[in-house]
Design a protein around this ligand. Sequence first.
Ligand code: CP3
Length: 345
Amino acid sequence: MTSAEAPLILRAARREPTSTTPVWLMRQAGRYLPEYRAMRERHSFLELCRTPEAAAEVTLQPVRRFALDAAILFADILLIVEPLDVGLEFAKGEGPVIHRPVRSEADVARLKPVDVESSVGSVFETVRLVRRALPPAVALIGFAGAPFTVASYIVEGGASRDYLHTKRLMYEAPGAWHRLMEVLADATATYLNGQIDAGAQMVQLFDSWVGALSPDDYRAYVLPHTRSVIRAVRPGTPVIHFGTGTATLLPLMREAGGDVIGLDWRIDLDRGWAAVGHDVGVQGNLDPAALLATPATMRERVRAILARAGGRPGHIFNLGHGVHQSTPIDHVQALVDMVHELSVR
Ligand code: CP3
């Protein structure tokens, strides 16, 4: 495929000029869509993730409804931890729960090695099915959790506010912490490359909760591992590196790597772009809560973000984090159309 025929979003990731700003939405597949809820009546969340035909269907649902420039693989960042035998469950209404959290040196030493093909091989089949079904102009984005965010679930046992168990392990048993991060980084690199071999054209690394760390801790405990994942990704496939609460971490995230850095809404897009450098692209950064406002308000917000991007090549429009469950579908539709309409060059 020549550069001019490549999907808009891949050209934006390479910072080539595009006719409009490409758009996709984090968590664009999910509970705000009735067709997703219908699938969830028939399958548990993990079943949906692990059944290629079902996961492919869920991946395609938002692309059928909205004029998105990319589909994001339907899976979860925690699938990769199942073979570690930590007791992963998605409890009803609670989100992920890890029944045997890893909190000590001995716990880390007991972890089973991750055989990526046997544990997440079904995801590669989902990628093949989706790529075959997608129109050529719509790119397929694969993804994985970044080592810190995945480690935080394994250590905390689920979601957390303060990350006290995680930080204690980091500070008190740095050897065990780095070992855990290496196990995750190795598995994650193999997992992303498996998705790329199966047809993912771009990958996103989600470090959703890394904003809990100070810059010094990020540098010492996270950066080397995230960098090892990103360096291992097959050359030529753009990597989006995303986190939230990262205003003070952006230069270090950029140092860790990525062709595109994902920005949340807590920083103005132009300031975030300046912080990571204009030689990488940026993705963002509408507050997902803005989707609950009227389309007229949304329009002002979209205009403001596009103005801050200033028509510079390398901007991918997205939310600063995932679509909320209570989001009206017609607002999502309006948002996607607005971005294309207001960004015509
Ligand atoms: O369209 C997409 O964006 C793809 C789907 C996707 C899911 N999880 C599906 C999902 C992606 C990219 C993820 C990644 C993921 N999973 C992240 C990083 C992205 C982010 O939002 O920061 C994280 C932190 C997780 C872990 C996770 N999975 C949590 C915290 C939850 C509970 C969320 C909630 O709202 O209850 C999940 C479950 C989950 N992952 C759902 C979906 C659609 C809801 C599950 C359901 O149907 O009940």
